[in-house]
Design a protein around this ligand. Structure first.
Ligand SMILES: [Zn+2]
Length: 299
């Protein structure tokens, strides 16, 4: 009897003290679910279904969930559409805080595919992958970072721009930078296109320019976890992404973890109808989830 009591005590102790590690298989189901909603293009039915689901999921774990509603411009059909940043806040009053963010919208056109140009991108990697990782991560934040504030932000209207012109890309983070929610995070990590089966993440050049200390922190954690084959310590391209307005306008030093090369058998699948779950993997979500999980637990 005594032995049973001791064993039960140990089990209860383990369950309450320990946190379940980042579950990439569960995260992958979130990636598939988003793709099943259909394209999450601002102004489309898929956007509304996905928005409501993201809010519902966020409310289960965060202290406050703020929906930032704004008007965004869609240049391909010259319409103004409704867009929604979803901001899940933990310890909302704590000024010592960090931001983790990603975009959740998908591109209205497949402009890298001349045959299917007008088909919306399914966005398994470009939209759903980062969102899936952050949806899994929010389940752990209360346990791993109880003493700091955390803002988990899902940006809308990131991917409506015209290739080669930054203006209509990243409209959600631009709106936030002009209408920030205080207290402001002291630093942040953006993730985008991190679901690719052949995941390889060089250091994005603007991240190194704006937040070199944070780049080193994150790449060192990746190395410590044995992920240096994925997180390459070499400078890659400059990418115009949601971290630009966060760095320049909002004043939040933010890095971008992004694998911009998304290919299958030598052919590009980025911004095409082939951006599907089959080209993504739970393992890739695991690399990113583990790095963010570890980074957060040390803040
Ligand atoms: Zn894109």
């Amino acid at each position: 009897m005594k032995r049973i009591i001791i064993i039960c005590g140990i089990l209860i102790g383990l369950l309450s003290a320990g946190d379940i590690p980042f579950d990439a298989y569960r995260a992958f189901t979130y990636l598939e679910k988003q793709v099943a909603f259909g394209p999450r293009v601002p102004g489309s039915p898929g956007q509304i279904i996905c928005r409501d689901w993201l809010v519902e999921q966020s409310k289960m774990y965060a202290d406050t969930v703020i929906i930032q509603h704004y008007k965004a411009y869609r240049p391909d059909n010259k319409t103004t559409v409704d867009a929604y940043n979803i901001i899940a806040r933990f310890n909302p009053g704590n000024p010592k805080r960090v931001m983790l963010s990603t975009h959740w919208d998908t591109r209205p056109i497949s402009d890298k595919d001349f045959v299917y140009y007008n088909t919306p991108v399914p966005g398994a990697n470009d939209g759903a992958s980062g969102t899936a990782v952050l949806l899994e991560l929010i389940k752990h934040i209360e346990n791993i970072a109880p003493d700091i504030g955390v803002d988990v932000v899902f940006w809308d209207a990131e991917d409506m721009g015209i290739a080669g012109n930054g203006k209509y890309f990243c409209q959600g983070s631009q709106y936030y930078a002009e209408n920030p929610i205080l207290p402001l995070a002291e630093k942040g990590i953006l993730i985008d296109m991190i679901g690719d089966k052949d995941l390889e993440i060089p250091i994005e050049a603007n991240s190194m320019r704006y937040a070199p200390g944070l780049v080193n922190e994150v790449w060192d954690i990746a190395k410590e976890l044995g992920y240096e084959q994925v997180f390459r310590k070499q400078i890659g391209n400059d990418i115009y992404d949601d971290h630009i307005s966060l760095n320049i306008k909002a004043g939040i030093p933010t890095i971008d973890i992004i694998d911009f090369h998304y290919h299958y058998k030598g052919k590009n699948i980025w911004h095409t109808p082939r951006d599907l779950p089959a080209h993504c993997s739970p393992q890739s979500l695991q690399y990113i989830g583990d790095v963010l999980y570890t980074w957060l637990s040390r803040q």
